[in-house]
Design a binder for this molecule. Structure first.
Ligand SMILES: [Ca+2]
Ligand SMILES: [Ca+2]
Ligand SMILES: [Ca+2]
Ligand SMILES: [Ca+2]
Length: 442
């Protein structure tokens, strides 16, 4: 009995030490700045909301990459979202048939058997809206507000989402984690679907870890050999470098950019909760509006986020895409218990996790137009068409008056409202994603 107990403790210690040696892949941390209800609603925003009939809504993030100029909608293309699964409310957000439930699944690292096991019915995600938000950027979502349903467009609204849950809620810091073996199994599973059913597939990996994993790289290389496209987040570690697998050269990686008109809503004024629906100037070189934050005023329409993983030697950063602050269905336990009402589950979420599905969606549009494109073609086209010019190269401190960010500045070690950023080519890759140009020459 006693021996058994000791044996168990020994096994447990072994597991703990092996776990710490295993590259643990975590979702790039998300910095949600609050739900819609938490943001003061200005009179302008309120009246705009109330008067709106159900119908298409444009978003700044799709406008920035010029999705409005693209005829393709991702018809016939599948996007595997290897992530946290889907919120229990997911059916309220996505049009019927958008989510391929018969292929959705979950993989979990099983401690007793010391291997990855499939748990097919466990892809519901009651603790993080990360995967739901990522999917919503690709295919769009129903926004339930003011007693009406608005169809918010996605990059590739006719693509089909395959949710594959590999990330599981782990700690009080809001991190969802997976073992590298679990992530690799998810990639292999998606690849097997593509092979078995002869479908065109893009894998989105809005996750990463601080070290390369050979088991994940092998799974990715196998996927690429099958003609699957693999897109991953650059990670949110800033000057500490890119996360893996995004940093592998053969992966298409996404850096984290934003709109200088964010929150300000162009020249309309501050604190308008509808800012994310405002028009972005078609020429991204247009100077930032006068009402935006102090430090952006010298800039254009695009800025890079301080936290976007920088390309270090041996890493490959490809393109930057919108990731601050993308509106969509979302939930985090920090906001309290998951509400039964899906109308309360929306948020603005930021990170390379949000940039990645813009690139994955664009790849789906390119595949629809030209199904013969492989990973290398798509990376080359995305790089050749990306715009470097509109990305503001700022270097210094500036004031951010957004009180919702204050807690994050403290967390990052800066006084609230004051932040510092510095970026160059290692932060932006080949430039800002230009989806309509990329699809045009696909
Ligand atoms: Ca546009
Ligand atoms: Ca690459
Ligand atoms: Ca590259
Ligand atoms: Ca364009």
């Amino acid at each position: 009995m006693r021996n058994t107990l000791f044996a168990k403790i020994a096994v447990l210690l072994l597991l703990i030490s092996m776990f710490s040696a295993l590259p643990v892949v975590s979702a790039p941390s998300m910095f949600s700045v609050g739900e819609i209800n938490a943001i003061p609603v200005s009179a302008v925003g309120q009246s705009a909301l109330e008067g709106t009939a159900p119908g298409p809504k444009s978003t700044f993030n799709l406008d920035m990459i010029d999705v409005e100029n693209i005829a393709e909608e991702g018809e016939g293309i599948y996007v595997a979202v290897i992530d946290t699964g889907m919120l229990p409310h997911w059916m309220h957000y996505f049009p019927e048939g958008t989510v391929v439930t018969e292929w959705a699944t979950a993989f979990h690292w099983d401690l007793p058997s010391w291997r990855t096991v499939e748990v097919p019915d466990a892809w519901d995600d009651a603790l993080s809206g990360h995967g739901t938000h990522v999917a919503s950027t690709v295919v769009g979502y129903n926004w339930l507000t003011g007693g009406a349903v608005h169809q918010v467009p996605g990059v590739a609204p006719k693509a089909k989402i395959i949710p594959i849950k590999v990330l599981w809620w782990m700690d009080e810091y809001g991190t969802s984690v997976a073992t590298s073996d679990c992530v690799a199994t998810g990639i292999e599973y998606a690849t097997s679907l593509a092979k078995r059913h002869g479908i065109k597939l893009v894998i989105n990996l809005s996750l990463g870890g601080g070290a390369p994993s050979r088991v994940i790289e092998r799974a990715i290389d196998k996927a690429l050999r099958e003609g699957v496209i693999v897109v991953a987040a650059a990670g949110n570690a800033g000057t500490d470098g890119m996360d893996w697998p995004g940093a592998f050269p053969q992966v298409i990686s996404a850096a984290w950019a934003g709109w200088t008109g964010q929150w300000a809503g162009g020249d309309i004024g501050m604190w308008d909760p509808d800012w994310w629906q405002y028009d972005v100037p078609e020429d991204l070189m247009t100077p930032a509006p006068a009402s935006v934050y102090l430090g952006y005023r010298a800039g254009t329409q695009v800025y890079m986020s301080w936290g976007s993983g920088r390309e270090l030697p041996g890493q490959d950063l490809d393109v930057a895409a919108p990731g601050s602050w993308v509106h969509g269905p979302y939930w985090t336990p920090f906001w309290g218990p998951l509400p039964a009402d899906p109308r309360e589950c929306y948020g603005w979420v930021g990170g390379t996790s949000m940039a990645s599905p813009h690139v994955a969606g664009t790849a789906a549009l390119m595949l629809e137009k030209n199904p013969s494109l492989d990973q290398y073609d798509i990376e080359a086209i995305l790089e050749a068409t990306a715009d470097l010019d509109p990305i503001t190269y700022l270097n210094g401190y500036w004031l951010d008056p957004n009180p919702y960010m204050a807690i994050y500045y403290l967390h990052w070690g800066y006084p609230p409202g004051l932040w510092y950023a510095s970026w160059a080519d290692d932060a932006v890759g080949e430039g800002f994603l230009d989806a309509d140009e990329a699809v045009a020459i696909a």
